[in-house]
Design a protein around this ligand. Structure first.
Ligand code: EPU
Length: 317
């Protein structure tokens, strides 16, 4: 079912885009949806249309339609590692949030294999691995966001990365064609992957069989450590900058004297300096200005150029 008005999107004449797409599309289509509702930073202006496909066929239809019409497409997962412009995003933003099927497809003596759809919240997957006594994801406890986003950016923590447990990834390209990428071709690196452009549909992961209590214990220890070191309950996008080779960006930002620096309602966190917090009414332009200021200070102090870890999206960015 399509929701929202039937307002026209720039460049489209005739029946509205929502009406046209809605004929073959199962899920939600929302006109002028505020992206701040879909990011952990609570920042971001409106998308012309925000689409939440309910199934893969609807997604395929939508992508084919948009590519044929030349309408821009932006794909988001859990919105936990992105900064979206205050002016919003042109075209259609597609969210994976309704694609959340998880199935254990093989139970062997020493491991299990799982099929996981991309919109599955990473922490739901960790809960399943805890209940089933499956080890390999413990270090990722407390990381927000969806599996698809985590895989694309090879999310990691406490020495493990999601890429470590992936066997293969199914991706739908922007024309609606599906391909399977095996782990070796996915080129997982530090907070990066070479997964083909498009919408990550699902992954096959392989986890080791273990005692559920041991898995749970390790997760609790990591979560406690994370709570001590990171402001995990505040509005943020996680670490803003990548760690330069061999050194923590957080430590550099801290030692350059940036903790507590503020632009509008965006603040460099006192607990971990690589987290910038939205204190309430923060916006993207202040966030970017603070990034620039912090970058400049770190460069002046250490001669090191920090690179963003977060993805910056939308008009004028
Ligand atoms: N440190 C400071 N001041 C700070 C922050 C850190 O002095 O404000 C020092 C710490 O005391 C420690 C060292 O820097 O000695 C490293 O800090 P930490 O263990 O917190 O790790 P990190 O390198 O800053 C990385 C990841 C985190 C991940 C943690 C834990 C990046 C950019 N960050 O942080 O990932 O959770 O390790 O494994 O790779 C993320 O990617 O969003 C993220 C939060």
């Amino acid at each position: 079912m399509a929701t929202g008005d039937t307002q026209k999107v720039k460049g489209l004449t005739g029946p509205s885009l929502v009406e046209e797409i809605g004929r073959y599309f199962k899920g939600d289509l929302i006109v002028k949806e505020d992206m701040s509702l879909h990011t952990t930073l609570r920042i971001g202006g409106p998308a012309d249309i925000f689409a939440i496909p309910k199934d893969v066929l609807s997604l395929k239809y939508l992508l084919m339609y948009l590519s044929e019409k030349g309408i821009p497409v932006t794909i988001i997962g859990g919105g936990s590692n992105i900064l979206i412009s205050d002016h919003g995003i042109d075209g259609v933003v597609i969210s994976s949030q309704s694609l959340t099927r998880v199935e254990i497809i093989e139970r062997a003596d020493t491991f299990s294999r799982l099929f996981v759809e991309s919109g599955t919240p990473l922490q739901s997957l960790l809960n399943i691995s805890k209940q089933e006594g499956l080890s390999g994801l413990e270090g990722l406890v407390g990381i927000p966001g969806s599996l698809g986003g985590a895989v694309k950016g090879n999310a990691g923590s406490f020495g493990i990365e999601i890429g470590d447990v992936i066997e293969s990834i199914a991706v739908m390209d922007l024309k609606g064609n599906i391909s399977i990428t095996e782990k070796e071709e996915a080129k997982f690196g530090y907070r990066s992957s070479g997964i083909p452009e498009g919408f990550v549909l699902s992954v096959i992961i392989r986890l080791k069989r273990d005692d559920p209590q041991e898995v749970s214990k390790r997760m609790s220890i990591h979560l406690e450590e994370k709570r001590e070191r990171q402001p995990i309950s505040l509005w943020s996008a996680g670490c803003v900058f990548k760690n330069p080779e061999g050194v923590s960006a957080g430590r550099l930002i801290d030692e350059a004297g940036c903790k507590g620096m503020r632009r509008g309602d965006i603040e460099v966190n006192e607990k971990h300096a690589n987290f910038f917090i939205n204190k309430g009414r923060g916006n993207a332009s202040d966030f970017i200005a603070l990034m620039d200021e912090v970058k400049a200070r770190v460069f002046t102090s250490f001669g090191i150029e920090l690179e963003p870890e977060i993805r910056i999206l939308g008009k004028g960015c």
